[in-house]
Design a protein around this ligand. Structure first.
Ligand code: 6R9
Length: 572
């Protein structure tokens, strides 16, 4: 399997030669792309929007927005004006100042994006929440960060426990006919009359702009703070990994509640002056293909769970749409099964480019580049300017093909700045010799490609063999009956752990003992005898996060009758 490679599709890519770029890379060269390298005035929202609005991209469309009830577009000039108006509403009515935490809690809409940019223009720190969060999840995040303002909708207001949040001074409501009362502010009513002019708050490169809460396996979610300086890496990765060019129509399917939806749903593309498509509403294979056809999407960034669902919807459906505009497809969030990559080649005639990063890293770290050979199942190679390695628990670098901790040498530009209110947690990510330890287990092959194995906690030890759950899951989804699979280690007195698989079947397949036996055999023959699941349980659906990650810790908790921990990020 590891010998399988997909060669480069000929094209004129921004990154021509990975090896050469890696050798000669210098982050200070990248800084020259920003106006602050000359003016000294820093603000990511200025670089993402206003800079283009004041130049040749003034009338270029920055945002194409669509959901079941709206279809709109905004040029860079209009985005500048609307984000200025939003900033003025926040400043005048809600007293927002530099450093204040402003949360956004609403479905996707143009107003959501005006608000995020507007708050950043004031130097505020923006905390994006998934609209599906329930009261407890909202409370934890606003309470921990002592948020001053929340921007939400009348429908979601009941999930904001206003009286339990003493730091919360204002609630900005985005809805029709909002009655103001000092605490409540009418966003839409004020937006149209607010001034289009704004004095941007210039900030330091190390000042905060984005606070994303992420859940670990235990305890409360932690607030990962990103600073304006992250724009350096967000810009350059969007340039070389997303390969954005002047004429591209780019679509990132992620919600801003997830880091992918802010960093590559807003900043990466806009810092590069690209036209960005944002689609609200629920996932439906037809709607997604229709979006590609209608807008002529050229670059498309999504996640394995979505690709697996599209794959499950069948190849016939793909043929009903004209997807010929597509030239570059990418995936993040979870391991991308080789089977899905092969499917992509079959139906789109394109390679799906996997890349790896985390909320904490603030931008892409390891990737498959369009100008590089792909080994399906591998996450690719470290971005130029970034040193990644597999280290043991003492921080020693391991040789190729040894499984260990995926680590990054600290100091990349978009690295998180702090964990809010939790310096111990922040420190715990780093080894004394400078490695940031991701919590993921992986190995690097002899060609320098990285292969994901699982979260460190998920790696299975069975009869003395280390098994990465991802490899087993990938083999399982190659079986025609299986739509999705989650694999855990279940404690066993004899073998240490045994492999247990939870599988969801595709349409038209029935649960049976014969099928179990067949699946077990399939993994045994295709992978290894010791990797075959001894236990298989059929489920209608697997527990997943809102960003589509299979929650193995929840499977494990169910299996062992343990508490499931924080479930605020779990899909309904
Ligand atoms: C961007 C994002 C981070 C965790 C990460 C890893 C998993 C992300 C992956 C991947 C395998 C990939 N992950 N990309 N695993 N292959 N290409 O997802 O951030 O939500 O913080 O999650 O997601 O386990 O540690 P975040």
């Amino acid at each position: 399997m590891k010998m399988e490679t997909l060669s480069v599709i000929k094209g004129d890519y921004n990154l021509k030669d990975y090896n050469q770029a890696y050798e000669n890379f210098d982050w200070t060269e990248v800084e020259k792309n920003f106006s602050w390298s000359e003016t000294g005035k820093v603000n990511i929202a200025y670089e993402a929007i206003d800079r283009h609005a004041e130049g040749v991209r003034k009338n270029k469309v920055a945002l194409y927005y669509r959901d079941p009830s709206r279809e709109e577009k905004y040029t860079f000039k209009e985005m500048k004006e609307y984000s200025n108006r939003a900033a003025n509403v926040l400043k005048q009515a809600a007293d927002v100042e530099k450093g204040d935490r402003v949360f956004v809690f609403m479905p996707r809409s143009p107003e959501l994006y005006f608000t995020i940019l507007g708050a950043m223009k004031l130097g505020a720190v923006v905390g994006p929440l998934f609209e599906a969060f329930m009261e407890g999840a909202v409370r934890d995040r606003l309470d921990d960060s002592e948020a001053k303002v929340i921007v939400t909708t009348p429908a979601l207001l009941e999930r904001v426990p206003v009286n339990e949040l003493p730091a919360l001074k204002h609630i900005v409501l985005v809805g029709e006919e909002v009655k103001e009362d000092g605490k409540i502010i009418d966003f839409l009513g004020r937006l149209e009359t607010a001034s289009k002019e704004l004095e941007i708050e210039w900030v330091g490169r190390e000042d905060g702009m984005l606070l994303h809460y992420t859940s670990g396996s235990t305890g409360k979610p932690k607030g990962v703070l990103h600073v304006h300086n992250a724009m350096i890496q967000q810009y350059q990765t969007a340039n070389w990994i997303l390969d954005l060019k002047e004429d591209d129509i780019y679509w990132c399917t992620a919600d801003p509640g997830w880091v992918t939806g802010t960093v590559y749903g807003m900043f990466g593309p806009w810092l590069n002056g690209a036209s960005n498509v944002i689609v609200g509403g629920r996932f439906k294979p037809e709607t997604w293909y229709q979006t590609i056809e209608d807008y002529g999407i050229t670059v498309w960034y999504s996640a394995p769970t979505a690709f697996r669902m599209l794959m499950g919807a069948g190849d016939e459906l793909v043929k009903q749409f004209d997807l010929s505009s597509l030239r570059h497809v990418l995936s993040v969030g979870e391991p991308l099964n080789p089977e899905v990559v092969r499917w992509g080649v079959k139906v789109f005639n394109l390679r799906i480019h996997d890349n790896w990063w985390m909320t904490e890293t603030g931008a892409q770290i390891i990737s498959n580049y369009p100008s590089m050979e792909i080994k399906p199942g591998s996450m690719g190679k470290p971005f130029p300017g970034i040193k990644a390695a597999i280290v043991d628990d003492q921080g020693n670098e391991l040789p190729p093909n040894r499984m260990g901790n995926l680590a990054i040498y600290k100091g990349w530009p978009s690295m998180m700045n702090i964990i809010w209110n939790n310096p111990e947690k922040y420190e715990s990510y780093f080894m004394p010799n400078g490695w940031y330890v991701s919590g993921d287990s992986a190995y690097m092959d002899e060609d320098g490609y990285f292969w994901f194995q699982g979260r460190v906690d998920d790696v299975i030890m069975t009869s003395g063999e280390r098994v990465g759950p991802f490899e087993v899951e990938s083999k399982l989804v190659e079986h025609p009956a299986i739509a999705e699979a989650g694999v855990i280690g279940k404690p066993d007195p004899v073998r240490g752990e045994i492999i247990k698989a939870f599988v969801a079947l595709r349409e038209g397949y029935e649960v049976s003992d014969e099928l179990k036996e067949e699946i077990r055999d399939f993994v045994k023959k295709g992978l290894a005898a010791h990797a075959a699941p001894r236990e298989i349980e059929f489920k209608d659906k697997l527990p997943k996060t809102r960003s589509g990650k299979i929650m193995r810790r929840v499977l494990k908790a169910w299996e062992l009758d343990l508490p499931t921990g924080d479930l605020s990020t779990m899909e309904d």
